[in-house]
Design a binder for this molecule. Structure first.
Ligand code: FES
Ligand code: FES
Length: 177
């Protein structure tokens, strides 16, 4: 039997199960009703309007959707939100301290590592997780760490500069998320 697209969509909606979950995002607790198959990215962008986390590929290949989950940078487009209860999630919106940018964000601005800005939230998140583990990286180590984050504008040189500047700032300020 051939079904028109609108009817298939309707059918899918009817078949969707909704569940209640509790999430801890940017130091705030949320109680939400979500589709059982929602990704963490869906919930951030569509339910909570945290649109700083970007939708790029949707397949875990570009890093635009990275968030910190218990301090690790993860692609939120390939993680089911229902598995995120009892985890500490931090998005790009949760980094600034009372309108003062996080030192990694400052470093990206200072080094001119932002062009269209689409990749920047994911780059910043990856950088924070990386520098927490390796506070004094070489340029080669930075290149390796950013392997899962794609940028179509900058050519990466300024992004690597930004990570080095950020490392210096964090060593001075000893900030950890
Ligand atoms: S949107 Fe998640 S990795 Fe590309
Ligand atoms: S600044 Fe445009 S994709 Fe990186």
């Amino acid at each position: 039997m051939i079904m028109a697209y609108g009817k298939i969509e309707q059918k899918e909606k009817e078949n969707t199960n909704y569940i209640d979950i509790k999430l801890n995002i940017n130091h705030q607790k949320y109680q939400l009703k979500i589709r059982e198959n929602s990704t963490l990215l869906d919930v951030l962008r569509e339910k909570l309007n945290l649109t700083g986390t970007k939708y790029g590929c949707g397949t875990g290949a570009c890093g635009a959707c990275k968030v910190l989950i218990n301090g690790e940078a993860k692609n939120s487009c390939v993680i089911l939100a229902k598995k995120m209860e009892n985890k500490k999630i931090v998005t790009i919106e949760g980094l600034a301290d009372n309108n003062k940018l996080h030192p990694v964000q400052e470093a990206f601005v200072e080094s001119g590592a932002i062009q269209c800005g689409f990749c920047t939230p994911g780059m910043v998140i990856t950088t924070i997780a990386f520098l927490n583990k390796n506070p004094s990286p070489t340029r080669e180590e930075i290149t390796d760490a950013l392997e899962g984050n794609l940028c179509r504008c900058t050519g990466y040189i300024k992004i690597i500069d930004a990570v080095q500047i950020a490392a210096k700032k964090l060593r001075r300020e000893k900030i950890e998320l």
